[in-house]
Each structure stands twice: as C-alpha cells, then as structure tokens.
Design a protein around this ligand. Structure first.
Ligand SMILES: [Zn+2]
Length: 428
C-alpha cells in the first residue's frame, strides 16, 4: 500500500527506521516448523478468510496432508480468487514474496516452496526475522506456559516480556477448575478468601518474573459488561460450587455475579501492583461468535469506577471505532491499542488513525501488536502493514495541513514506540 500524497515516502521511510514495540503476541513453545506449503499459506488468521469464502469441508481438505498439493490446489485456487484482497491475504502475499520470492500464489509456487519452508522453532531464524522487522520488544501472553513461569523455569522467546493472563481466574464455575488454577502453589482452596489470596500470589510471582501487564480475553466467552455484585452474592456462588466438587454452576448467567466480583477484585490487585490491564474488545478470532458482547463501551462502568487502573483496550474495538474513540477521549485511564487490527482491516486503521489524531491525545495510542501464535513471518508482514497504515494516515493529515511533517514523524514515533515504551515501563 502507498499513500497518495508527496509526504508519504518520507514518513514511510521514517517509520521503517523506528524500532517498534509489539504490544501483543502469543509466541512461546508454539513456533511453527512448516512442512506443508498449503498449511504455511493458510497459517495464522488467513485460515478464517478461507473458511469465510469456502466451507469447513474445504478447510478440512486443505489441511489434509495425506492428499497431494495437486489434489488440494483446486480448492485453494478457487478460494484464493474469492479472498485475495483482505488484510489477512495481504499478510499472505507479503510472506510469499519476502520469504519464498514468489509474486503469485500458484501450484508451481507451492511446489517451489516445499524445500525452503521456514522453521520458526529455530531461535536464530526467529530472532533474525524480528531483527529484520525492527521489532525491539514484544509483550507476550501465553497461558500454556504459566506453570513454567510460576516455577521460574520458563525461557522467554527472543525480545519477549510476559503479560499475566487474567480471564481464567474469573471465569471459574467449578471446584475442579478452582483447584486446578491454584495447583502450582500446592495450596488447597476452601474459601473465597483463600482463592483471592492465592490468585494474588500467582500474579505476584509473574510480576517478579518480569510481567508488564495483565491481559483479559474473557470477551470470547462472556459479555465484558461487568456488573458490580456484593461480596455476599459472589461468596454464595463460590460456596455453592465448592461444597460439591461434582457441581458446575450454569454458565454464563448463573455464575456471572461471581465472575464480576472476581474481576473487580483483580482490578484492585492491578491497581496495587501498578500494572496496566489489556482487555480484548471487538473482533474475535475463529468464526461464529457474538460481537455485541465484546464492544468496549460495555466496560464504561469498570473504567469509571477503577480510575487508578490503566486500561489498554485491544483491537481498536473493531468494528466499533466510535465507541473506543469516545472512551479514550473522555477517560484518562483508557488507551487505544491497534494490535491485530492493522491486518483485520487496514483501511479501518488508516481512517481511525486519522480520526484519533483529531480527537484523542496522540500520547494514548499504541499502534502495533502482532497477535500471532509464534508465526514471526506473519508478524514481520504485519509490522510492514502497520507502518503503511500509519504513514498513509499521517501523510494525508500533513497534506491537509493539519500538522507539519516533523510533527507527523513525532506522532509516528510515539505510536510505534514511545507511547508503549512509557506506558508499559519497558525502559528501552
Ligand atoms: Zn491475542
């Protein structure tokens, strides 16, 4: 992508030189070692667009490596023709070009890829791609490595800082779930107070390990419109599931008061630990989910009440930009995080970057987060697209004499690096 004004090349060139903070990623013991060219093509989020343009059945065939490339190609070809212009497809095209030297997706290209598929589990390869992308640091959220973090044995992926996963601790609905969450501490939980103390210990250990934020993704399962129930209501539900290990509270409605109460309790902990809270809002990974429950505006009461907690709201609340612009403008404790969004919808981001500049203090914007499961090749492409989006937005604003060229560069620096460096206290 290129901007239409004469200021674009200089701003884009400047963006390339800025070391960037990757505000959200999921690397860690999941880095792919590609062995099948079709799987390498559909890796990451692009598989969702393939599914959207075809069917679950076609997706299963594409994934079936017992079938030859020739047998699977007709489905991929037909689907590619229907989806090759999305933001996710932009990632695929850039990966094809950069890492395999291919301009077009063809059966011949897939065959040529076969012998040079990337092994991203190799740390040197992994780090060299980060170096190429000029990604200085990454905030990594990975639930599956929690136990290793708690016992101190976890080896971070290159350039990673960890983020504490929050959702599982407040979406509990049974005795076994509660005991399992606390198991690394070798404590047996019998009461709500026990449980809250244990959660606090687990968060503290992770902070000592270097965690720079909390991350909550409960929007996948429940509404983020949290109520504010009394301790009595919550404790009644907690005791209900604890008194009979075979009992499961009905989810999400019956258990909601307990989840809501715990979420507030964790916000007090976030305040006391002085860690920002990253919250998933907007677009959901995987297909078929309810977007209404994820709109950031549902967090209004939480944001108003917990004024000493800093909220970093994810995915630019796609597709509800207006609500998030409102929240960021009107609440000092709200920042906008464009992680993942730059590839969900590049044009949305270009427009929202412009709009944010004109209504939200520019020091409250975090411009990039890769949000992949170890696919650092995709993170590289994503960083390129984020730089394009920011350069397009800012060069358009310079063209309309909204701000000067040097000021636009300062904003780009803030959005890609300085704001996140300060906000998460990365001390880079
Ligand atoms: Zn994520």
């Amino acid at each position: 992508m290129i901007g239409k004004t004469k200021y674009y090349p200089e701003i884009r060139d400047y963006c390339e030189k800025i070391p960037i903070v990757d505000c959200h990623d999921h690397s860690g013991e999941c880095e792919p070692r590609y062995t099948d060219p079709i799987r390498a093509i559909k890796s990451g989020y692009f598989t969702n667009d393939i599914q959207s343009a075809s069917s679950e059945k076609d997706l299963r065939i594409l994934d079936d490596v017992s079938l030859s490339l020739e047998e699977r190609w007709p489905i991929l070809e037909k689907t590619w023709k229907r989806t090759c212009h999305t933001g996710y497809a932009q990632v695929t095209k850039r990966v094809l070009k950069k890492f395999y030297g291919e301009d077009e997706l063809t059966l011949e290209a897939l065959k040529r890829m076969q012998n040079k598929l990337l092994d991203l589990s190799d740390e040197k390869t992994f780090d060299s791609i980060l170096e190429d992308a000029n990604i200085a640091v990454r905030l990594v959220n990975r639930w599956l490595i929690r136990d290793k973090i708690l016992d101190g044995s976890y080896k971070l992926t290159p350039r990673a800082r960890i983020v504490i996963s929050l959702s599982n601790y407040h979406t509990v609905r049974s005795y076994s779930e509660i005991q399992e969450l606390i198991a690394p501490l070798n404590i047996h939980i019998t009461s709500l107070d026990d449980y809250l103390d244990a959660c606090c210990k687990i968060f503290d250990i992770q902070k000592k390990f270097g965690a720079v934020a909390f991350k909550d993704l409960s929007a996948y399962e429940r509404t983020i419109n949290f109520g504010n129930p009394s301790r009595e209501e919550a404790e009644k539900l907690f005791n209900l599931v604890m008194e009979d290990p075979r009992r499961n509270a009905a989810y999400p409605d019956e258990i909601k008061p307990l989840g809501d109460y715990l979420f507030h309790a964790f916000m007090h902990m976030a305040r006391d630990m002085d860690l920002p809270v990253q919250i998933h809002t907007g677009q959901l990974a995987h297909m078929r989910n309810d977007i209404v429950k994820t709109n950031a505006i549902g967090l209004t009461k939480i944001i108003e009440l917990h004024r000493d907690v800093r909220f970093d709201l994810f995915h630019a609340n796609w597709p509800y930009s207006g609500e998030l612009l409102y929240l960021a403008k009107n609440y000092p404790n709200v920042a906008i995080d464009f992680c993942w969004t730059n590839i969900i919808d590049p044009v949305y981001c270009q427009n929202m970057f412009k709009q944010a500049l004109s209504c939200v203090p520019h020091g409250k914007i975090h411009g990039y987060g890769s949000d992949f499961l170890g696919s650092v090749d995709r993170a590289w492409a994503h960083a390129q697209i984020a730089r394009d989006n920011i350069a397009i937005a800012l060069s358009d604003m310079v063209e309309m004499e909204y701000l000067g060229l040097d000021e636009a560069k300062e904003v780009a620096y803030a959005w890609l690096f300085a704001n996140a460096n300060d906000y998460f206290r990365l001390n880079l």
